[in-house]
Write a protein that binds this ligand. Sequence first.
Ligand code: AMP
Ligand code: MG
Length: 396
Amino acid sequence: MISVTEALQIIDAANTKTSVKSMRIEKTLGFVLAEDITAPINMPPFRQSAMDGYAIRWSDDASQVYTVIDESKAGDSKHIVLKANEAARIFTGAKVPDTADTVVMQEHVEVLNAEAKIMQHPKKGANVRPIGEQVTKGEVVLKQGLIITEAAIGFLTGLGIRKITVYQKPKISILVTGNELQAAGTVLEDGEIYESNAIMLKMALKRFGFKKVKIFRAKDNLKTTKKHIKKGLKFADVLLISGGISVGDYDFVKQALSHLKVKELFYKINQKPGKPLWFGQKKEQFVFALPGNPASALTCFYVYVLPLLNKCSGGTAQLLKSTKVKSSSTLKNTTGKTLFLKALVSNNKVDFLQGQQSSMLHSFATSNALAIVPEAVETVNKGDAVQCLILHDYGN
Ligand code: AMP
Ligand code: MG
């Protein structure tokens, strides 16, 4: 049995491979940028008005009155030539005439019979966005390693970019094992339960942008388990197996993995829940055998699977933020194991929820964090700082 820290180190040191691909920008949300992006154009590409108002040639004479001779609206490309006492009506985003150097906002101008009187003397250059004010052509604007957000997609599209090179996300197979498992929607016979790990893991993967996912199901026997592991590995870069990894007589996953020459990198972690987690590798493919208890499976997903998938996707920063907050109660840890407790973090405080057993998802469904109590900590006192893995910030 290894510690949580050792298990995380093994995952961190795993020799994952990344591959890159040029993709249409609308497909890249949440992907990691695999190239430095240089601006193909200046932004703005022409001198742009930042206001609705009047374009003028600035004068230090505040009483100067201007004759409005023309108009420039957004999208116009006409060439307006202004004399010293002339102005052009102009609108936000429109090209500022080359002969103008200042835009006076319309709120500061009174116009009567095409004569514009300026009520508030502007600064020279006011409200004119110079060419390349935001970015200049050829400049590196986004660096390799950035996670693509909707803002980045908007920004790049604003530069006319339609394809970018990103790290590919791994394909994932989920193999669910268990004779007792039935699909929701069917009627349960005695001894059966509804299977919920496949959909839960699939949704977790979806939330973090892993969309190439296939689900396989196997009964508890060695032959079918092996057959489905093979199938799963045929499709995926990473295989997640649910159940069958404990030490019961009908747990065949470990044996099947060994028969199929998947090399064990670790088995069993000194933690609760999720002790029987197994992690291994076959050439460039990775396998996690997650305990079947739903809360164990999901905990192991957040703590171990997600960092590996992130590494395979070119990510370096953690996908889930970890933060220290104050415990709102006292808690004993008599297990000698690291505890991952379903918890609610709010206002810099953490509450541990009721129902921490590994079979229980109810508390998980209403939690927003996993509070981590290290194996060496026997008592968490009220007010002590507790490391918490923030699972989401939906406000519920
Ligand atoms: P196992 O790890 O296969 O020994 O399963 C441990 C416990 O988790 C058992 O009570 C199983 O019935 C339950 N379990 C296993 N797989 C699933 C699943 N996919 N969905 C819901 N419960 C499961
Ligand atoms: Mg089982």
